[in-house]
Design a protein around this ligand. Sequence first.
Ligand code: NI
Length: 224
Amino acid sequence: MLLTIADILDEKKLANIRKILESAKFVDGKLSAGSFARRLKNNQEMEQQSQQAQYLDQLVVGSLAENAIFRNAALPLKVSQPFFARYNDGMSYGDHIDDPIMGTGGERYRTDVSVTVFLSEPSEYDGGELVINTTFGQQQIKLPAGHAVMYPSSSLHHVAKVTRGNRLVSVLWIQSMVREPAKREILFELNQARESLMKRHPDNPETAQVDHTYVNLVRLWSEV
Ligand code: NI
């Protein structure tokens, strides 16, 4: 399931992040890429070890965690440290699938869901679409600043070449409690029905049945 989520970051948080990124040190994105991706990856990433990075991480991960759509769609078990990437004029990232396991030492996690939070307005750059292969064809994603897209990490995707301006994004990965994308999609839709029934018909026995079914499916399909 490919899902876009509006307003993950409000204007104040976005302005705060953009201000910090203006003076942050960026390094060649190839440094964090595997041997295959290194040939395809042409971007810059903010150095991850700085104090600024920790503050930015909290802002982005905290904002995602507060978002009910994100929580219900991703069913997160582990959330990675975000990367802050910049694509200047001429930069791109060729077709690839994200690494299956990321992190180091005890902090390793499986990548089930990939998330991109857009930090630049579409008017600030040309090109730079995130192009994702789905079962319904290629989707080109270019969202307003502060909005996010999430998609299965197993999807083939690329970032089209930027031909004007700068594209700033934050990217991160989720290990979900529910590994399979099809099961997460079923749970997401069933939960939408459940929440709607709880509002409209809180006392109907069918509402309770749908609630119990959702809860028991989460139990059946989760690994924690
Ligand atoms: Ni990727």
